[in-house]
Structures are given as C-alpha cells and as structure tokens.
Design a protein around this ligand. Structure first.
Ligand SMILES: Cc1cc2nc3c(=O)[nH]c(=O)nc-3n(C[C@H](O)[C@H](O)[C@H](O)COP(=O)(O)OP(=O)(O)OC[C@H]3O[C@@H](n4cnc5c(N)ncnc54)[C@H](O)[C@@H]3O)c2cc1C
Length: 278
C-alpha cells in the first residue's frame, strides 16, 4: 500500500500508485451439463486439471467455437499449449470473456488522461465537480522525488494549488449564494457546490490525484500492458502498467506466460511478447 505523505502545511500526496484487484471472474460450468450431455460430452466437466477461473472461462469459450468437448480435446493440463496457439493465431476474442476490475489510486490526472484512451475499458473516476478540496491529494512524479530542489518546488506548488483552490471556492461560493438565494432558501446547496467546484477545479494541476476504477477484459489488459509497460511509454503509466501486469500474471499465469520481463536502466521494468495484440 503506498504511503501518504504531507507537506508542512498539511497538503497530502503520494509517490507511487496503489493498484488493487477488486474483481475477477468466478466460473461454474456445472449448468452446461444438459447441453454437453446432448452431444455425449458430459465428461468434459470431469477434467481433473484445475485452471484459474479466467483461463477456464476463455478456454471453454474457445472450445465452444469448434465444439471441442470430446475426449480428443485439449485437456486442462495442456491449457498452456492451448493458449499459446490462441495467441499465435491472434484468436484473442475469446480473451474478452474474462473481466478484471482494479481500483487505481496514487495516479495523476495526466496519467488518467492517457488511461482513458483505451476504449475497451470501463471507467469510474472521482468527480472534481462533486468532491471538494478537503479530499484533495497530489502525486509526485519520479523525476522530482530524488532531486532536492524539484521536490521542494513540488511541495510548494501543491500547497499553492490547494490554497488557491480553497480561496477560489470561498469567493465563488459567496457569489453563487448571492445569485441563487432561492436555492439557498430551499436548502439545495449541492447545486451551488457543483457550480463552485466545476469552476474552481480549473486551477488544479495535472499532478492532482485522480482515483479511478477500471474494468476490462484480458484482451484489453494485454494490449494496455504491451502499449504502456513499454520503453516508449511515459514513466508514470509505465510503472502502473507493470504493477497491473504483476498482479494479473499472478492471478492468471497461463494467460500471460508469453510475457518476458526486461529491466531498463532507470530501474523500471517493461514487458515484451512475441504475441502482441492478440
Ligand atoms: C508511447 C505512446 C505515445 C502516444 N502519443 C500520443 C500522442 O502524441 N497523441 C495522442 O493523441 N495519443 C497518443 N498516444 C495514445 C495512442 O494513440 C492510443 O490512443 C492509445 O495507446 C490507446 O490505444 P489504441 O488506440 O490501440 O486503442 P484501444 O482503445 O486500447 O483499443 C485496442 C484496439 O482496438 C481496436 N480499436 C479500438 N477502437 C477502434 C476504432 N474506433 N476503430 C478501429 N479499431 C479500433 C484497435 O485495434 C486498437 O488498437 C500514445 C500512446 C503511446 C503508448
């Protein structure tokens, strides 16, 4: 879990991403018995080689394509060979069945601007219109951390951003309350707060933390990792992508067994695979 730091003036910030896997597939094939029984393939369900739920789900989807449920099919113990073939043939659509959800925090607004370019993910992000200044946190870039001057300047900058935000909020709130006396009388202060925050947020920097929940299928997580845990990617998202990769590889070893880890000079890892963009 990443540490939360604070400046002397109490502005909070993080130096690394928090990456938490909060949801993954849960598979129960027992309901397929009628269907399989009608094709004399009921023993498909007795395969003793245990698979992770994600791999099992993608494998059954792939085997449905060719009705490969009989005794000559690839059994679970050979699933790695099966998935090597899937990857080599770029039959990646079967990897779209297994969805994984992460809570990501300690990531900056500039990182999430890159993250949301990946169009096969679903996102929920903290709203800067609803959530106010007391919950503001910032993210320190790796380049600032080990440089005394840049680090000091970062702390000064985020203190200034937080105070500027609070100052603007106070002024805007007074204006809005005057302009919307009826809303105030009706006790509808949410609308006023929204108007205030949607204007005040414009001074927040790219270094503002933007916690996000992201859901996507293995196919898109693989693409994301290939694009972003790459030596061409920006350093903050590269570190995030590598952490996501480590967690997914542990959850689904076979689906990522083709990835090779390379350590770069700057102590950050990237991954390579012969099967890009399956
Ligand atoms: C090193 C690097 C530098 C970058 N620089 C810039 C930059 O300067 N400016 C900039 O704007 N962006 C930049 N990007 C972002 C990049 O262009 C992509 O938007 C981002 O990586 C998302 O990947 P993707 O387009 O492959 O699609 P994803 O949304 O992740 O989708 C995966 C795949 O689905 C398919 N797909 C998705 N949507 C469509 C569609 N509508 N039509 C057809 N096929 C589709 C494509 O095959 C795509 O590769 C950069 C990315 C990287 C990694």
């Amino acid at each position: 879990m990443p540490t939360v730091y604070q400046t002397e003036q109490g502005t909070r910030y993080l130096k690394e991403p928090g990456v938490v896997l909060i949801s993954k597939p849960s598979v129960d094939l027992s309901g397929m018995d009628d269907f399989l029984g009608d094709f004399d393939c009921l023993r498909y369900l007795d395969d003793p080689g245990g698979l992770t739920d994600g791999a099992q789900l993608c494998k059954v989807a792939g085997q449905l394509c060719y009705m490969s449920f009989g005794p000559k099919r690839t059994w679970n113990q050979d699933a790695e060979i099966y998935f090597d073939n899937v990857k080599a043939q770029a039959h990646g659509s079967i990897l779209e069945h297994a969805n994984y959800t992460f809570l990501l925090y300690g990531i900056s607004r500039s990182l999430t601007h890159e993250l949301v370019r990946h169009r096969h993910f679903s996102f929920s992000q903290v709203s800067q219109r609803y959530v106010g200044g007391s919950l503001l946190r910032f993210v320190e870039r790796p380049e600032w951390i080990n440089d005394e001057d840049l680090h000091a300047w970062f702390e000064e900058r985020i203190d200034r951003a937080r105070h500027g935000y609070e100052y603007l909020t106070t002024i805007l709130e007074a204006h809005e309350k005057k302009r919307n006396e009826n809303l105030v009388k009706l006790g509808n202060s949410t609308e006023i707060r929204k108007k205030v925050r949607q204007a005040a947020r414009s001074l927040l920097p790219n270094e503002t933390e933007a916690p996000t929940i992201v859901t996507g299928p293995i196919r898109e997580w693989r693409h994301f990792i290939e694009m972003r845990a790459s030596c061409y990617a920006e350093i903050e998202i590269r570190r995030l992508a590598y952490r996501v990769f480590e967690i997914l590889r542990e959850a689904e070893p076979i689906l990522f067994s083709d990835y090779e880890v390379v350590e770069l000079d700057d102590d950050i890892h990237v991954v390579n695979t012969p099967y890009r963009k399956v």
